[in-house]
Structure formats: C-alpha cells, structure tokens
Design a binder for this molecule. Structure first.
Ligand SMILES: [Zn+2]
Length: 272
C-alpha cells in the first residue's frame, strides 16, 4: 500500500467532509425556504451561517481553518460549531480506514468500486449528521444512495460470478427493512421513524444476507446503548427523548461492510 495514495485518500476525505457540512446546511435551508433563492449545493459560494459574510478560500481549508481561527468566524467572531471540523476529521479518517481495509483489490475495477463506496460513505455520513442535527433522515438522500448500492452489488456479483449473492442481497433488503417496518407499524411510528425504515431497507441491501443484517442490527444496538449511557448519566437524555437511530445503523453498516464475514466466521468457529 502506498503512502502517497493513503495521503491522497485522507486529503480527499477532508474535502468530502467539508462538502458534507455544506450539504447538510444547504439541504435544510432549501427544504425550509422552498421558493426563495435556492442555495446551490454545488456552485454556491460558502457563507458564514451567522453574519452571511462570503467566505474566502483561506476560511474554507478543512479542519485547519477552524483551528487557525480558533473556532470563530473571521468577520463576526461568532463561534463556529465544533460540528464542522469534527465531521471533516471523521470523514477523512473513515476514508483512510476504507482504503486500508479495502477488500476488493487495487486493480482498475477495485479502484472503481472504492470510488463508488466512498461516495456511498459520504452520503451515509451526510444522513448521520443530518439526523443528529435535525432529527430527520431525508428520503431524497436515501433514494440517491440506492442506485449506487445496486451498482456496487452488481459489480460484486458479476466480477465474482457468484450469482447466489443476488439472493443474499435481496434477503438482506427484505429482512432488515422488514424488521424496521414491523417495529414502525407495531409502535405506530413511536419507536422509530419512517426514515429509519427506508434506511433499514437500504443498509440491508448494502450488507446483504440474513446473518449480516442481524449482525448490523446487533452492532447498531450495542453502539447505540454505549453512546447513550454518558448522555443519560449527565441527565441530558430523558426517558421520553427520542434518540436518532440512523447514526447507529450507519456505524453498524460500515463495520459489517468491512468485517461482517470475519466476525461471523469467528463466531461460528467458537460455536463448533
Ligand atoms: Zn460570521
């Protein structure tokens, strides 16, 4: 593995992380003020959310600008949320992680698949940040991910010529989505939201197979429980407050996507 490529992927992660921050902000802004000057997601210039001052290149260097400006806007000196550098850092680290643990090889097709995965990953992080920030999973973003996941799966099926995988992907889709659909129906949408159901179908399709789907749910629940404990302890989470479940599902999906087979094999070897 080349250090040069790893650094490149890390840098790419910082840039995509910065894109995610812009996307989360602009997507919300556009959905609130539907008909007033739409903020273009791709072309629009970045502005300070507080004073609306246009930002220059020096303000937009991922992570470094935030550190250099000590977390304050250069123009109005209002604090810039820790969300921005944090999302950039986490995205960059997940990009690097994906590169290090990439399982589909580094030929031309492997790189193409890695590219697709990094876009899927970017959109999944966008969903996560959006869910934490605004407590909703926008269907538009979920539906954009579907064709990417299907393309990714088709490449896996046809390059391995293992056509039984198709059945596995369909089962993952039905099982994980089905479980969430049932939970949604039984609780009349109180335990989980409709967005979680749509995300469940998508992530089932991504990881594929009944075992992977159950493992995803299991890991997601454990991570969710552990991350909630500190908030419950400091009394910030009351029994009634809703916890966004999307982020935990996404964490579970990333772990299963990379290590699902290993974890299941390890578990089986302990059983027999
Ligand atoms: Zn400002």
């Amino acid at each position: 593995m080349s250090i040069f490529l790893a650094t490149f992927v890390l840098g790419l992660g910082f840039i995509f992380g910065s894109f995610i921050n812009a996307l989360v902000y602009r997507f919300k802004y556009n959905s609130v003020k539907k008909n007033i000057t739409k903020l273009s997601i791709v072309n629009g210039r970045s502005i300070c959310p507080n004073c609306k001052h246009q930002l220059v290149a020096l303000d937009l260097i991922p992570l470094l600008s935030w550190i250099y400006l000590r977390g304050k806007c250069r123009y109005c000196h209002k604090s810039i949320s820790i969300q921005y550098p944090l999302v950039e850092l986490i995205t960059a680290l997940l990009f690097l992680f994906s590169f290090i643990y990439w399982k589909n090889g580094f030929n031309l097709l492997g790189y193409f698949q890695l590219g697709i995965w990094l876009v899927i990953l970017t959109l999944l992080i966008t969903l996560t940040v959006y869910d934490i920030r605004w407590k909703i999973l926008p269907s538009k973003i979920i539906y954009i991910i579907y064709p990417l996941v299907i393309l990714n799966n088709l490449i896996v099926v046809f390059s391995s010529r293992n056509y039984s995988l198709i059945l596995g992907y369909l089962l993952g889709f039905i099982i994980l989505g089905g479980i969430f659909y049932l939970l949604f129906q039984v609780s009349f949408g109180k335990w989980i939201g409709g967005g979680d159901v749509r995300l469940g179908f998508l992530l089932g399709l991504l990881v594929g197979g009944p075992l992977n789907s159950i493992l995803l749910l299991f890991i997601g629940s454990i991570v969710g429980t552990f991350l909630s404990i500190p908030f419950i302890l400091i009394g910030k989470l009351k029994k009634k407050s809703t916890i966004p479940f999307g982020p935990f599902l996404v964490i579970g999906a990333i772990i299963v996507y990379f290590f699902g087979a290993q974890i299941i094999n390890w578990y089986k070897s302990r059983l027999y």
